[in-house]
Ligand binder design. Structure first.
Ligand code: F6P
Length: 360
């Protein structure tokens, strides 16, 4: 195994609390193994030019464990392989330029921290000869091959706290409060925050809802004396036979943007029940702020494992959490897949058992 002297690290896709904790762990562990770590800015774009990266020392990462965001910057857009790019050396094929710069900058390997999109791109670069290891991140927790991604626990904690606060005002005004949380295609945040916050209705993309059944749940609560209700809605929730609510369709190089599910549901419930309804969209607040201790520990374990895998030459693999172990899976095995909530999952069954409605 050739000795690693210099490795790069980058963050791609939407940010998630814990990114800096992974960077810190990779730098500290790398330095302790005599490896120089180069921080690459703005995902793979930072490999387009030699001046979009910097060596990270232990001093550079001191104090970032608890910081949200990413000190390296990130971008969240479509497939960079699809288009040529303008560089200081003229128009070039994106992927060839990235591979060329990686070698020109004297790096031996790369740590890529990202969601399914970034990891799919990483896999393509691995096939083009960049030795790399992937680290899964997303608050949505929808990456296959790992039980948890870091960022999810922080998002759930924040959303649970928000639901707690909304309970008191909902009760005071005898209103329906609809809380829209993130989760494009997977309802993990809605399910866990809904259960943790004591929601009466949880609507997730995996279980299409019938709005009349949601309204019935609210009427039933009224009938036994609970004159308020909390409805937690994943942004990707959709009615039976209907579509996901979009603000913007997907276009060249841009993913579709979801939004509006909560408002649509609140308006429909007001019409059906006659009760005042309000909507709160938690949006990017779920991605901001300090990671929870669970996410800090998971992110640190992921970073340490990533360096260990690079040292062992385990390339084109993703670190994974299979409690209680941190292990690894081939990146190829996770590309193009989504880890969604199984409708018969025990957490869904428990929620149903205590009377939570999924609108089905
Ligand atoms: O993938 C995580 C996520 O938080 C989704 O739940 C959400 O739809 C998306 O990112 C929004 O990303 P952005 O605002 O960065 O485009």
């Amino acid at each position: 195994m050739p000795k690693l002297k210099r490795i790069g690290i980058l963050t791609g896709g939407g940010d998630a609390p814990g990114l800096n904790a992974v960077i810190r762990a990779v730098v500290k562990s790398g330095v302790n193994h005599g490896i120089e770590v180069v921080g690459i800015e703005d995902s793979f774009d930072g490999l387009l030019e030699p001046n979009r990266s910097r060596v990270l020392t232990a001093k550079d990462v001191t104090g970032i464990l608890r910081r949200g965001g990413t000190i390296l910057g990130t971008i969240n857009r479509g497939d960079p392989f699809a288009y040529p790019v303008e560089t200081s050396e003229g128009k070039q094929d994106y992927s060839l330029r990235v591979v060329d710069m990686f070698h020109r900058m004297g790096m031996d390997a790369l740590v890529v921290i990202g969601g399914d999109g970034t990891l799919a791109i990483a896999h393509k670069f691995a096939k083009m000869g960049i030795p790399l290891v992937g680290v899964p991140k997303t608050i949505d927790n929808d990456i296959v091959g790992t039980t948890n991604t870091f960022g999810f626990d922080t998002a759930v904690s924040f959303a649970t706290d928000a639901i707690d606060r909304l309970h008191t005002t909902a009760e005071a005004h005898r209103r329906i409060m609809v809380v829209e949380v993130m989760g494009r295609y997977a309802g993990w945040i809605a399910l866990y925050a809904g259960l943790g916050g004591g929601a009466d209705v949880i609507l997730i993309p995996e279980i299409p809802y019938d709005i009349t059944k949601v309204a019935q749940q609210i009427r039933d609560r009224d009938a036994w004396g609970a004159f308020f209700s909390i409805v937690v809605v994943a942004e990707g929730a959709r009615p039976l036979g209907g579509k996901t609510s979009l603000i913007r369709e997907a276009s060249r190089g841009r993913a579709e943007r979801l939004g509006g599910a909560g408002h649509t549901i609140a308006a429909a419930l007001e019409g059906l029940t006659g009760k005042e309804s309000r909507t709160v969209v938690l949006g990017h607040l779920q991605r901001g702020g300090s990671p929870t201790s669970f996410d800090r520990v998971l992110a640190t374990r992921f970073g340490g494992k990533a360096v260990e895998m690079l040292l062992q030459g385990q390339f084109d693999q993703m670190v994974a959490f299979h409690p209680p172990e941190i292990s690894s899976v081939p990146i190829e095995s996770i590309v193009g897949k989504q880890r969604t909530v199984p409708p018969d999952f025990d957490v869904v069954q428990t929620a149903r058992a205590i009377g939570v409605s999924f609108g089905d």
